[in-house]
Design a protein around this ligand. Sequence first.
Ligand code: BEZ
Length: 212
Amino acid sequence: MSIRLGSIAPDFTQESTHGTIRFHEWIGGSWAVLFSHPKDFTPVCTTELGVVAKLKPEFDKRNVKVIAVSVDDVKSHQGWVGDIEETQKTKMNFPILGDADRKVAGLYDMIHPDASDTLTVRSVFIIDPNKKVRATITYPASTGRHFDEILRVIDSLQLTDAHSVATPANWQQGGDCVIVPSLQDPELLKQKFPKGYTALRPYLRMTPQPDK
Ligand code: BEZ
């Protein structure tokens, strides 16, 4: 089953390095990032998990829980965690699901048979507190993810949920935003964007980031 934006993230119960995870219950009122890696004791995955552990305070600041998954079992993950901590100079501070029965991989369509029959690709699912899938990203096994980009997408989702804006190409925190084309009422525009805006075209109106 492929997962579409806006659909409810499939719920599951699975073992992890932090004990049994009932996914929706575990998410609670937070956002969540569920990301898969192909295999334990592999170089790119080792660096990715180290980077996410170091970025955990940034995810916490945004009320986001992170959780990794691969088709190796929890015992294998536990053996690997020591290597991650030693080589990446960090403490593993989030759970890794042991998905040897491929329950999660199947629910989230993380195995792409033309890439590998057995290994999960590098999938990312960003899930909101209503358990809706808000963004999905898929990378091949050979390309490590840029987790600053994942934080940037979360920033954009949280900003655009709260204000009538969208974020333009290469937007970063503090950068100008675009006003959504559906907002045309001059009174509402004044009220929502007291710092004003520049209309480059009737459909392309730039405004300073509203929450800064
Ligand atoms: C890695 O994480 O290094 C990796 C995993 C599977 C295939 C290629 C690289």
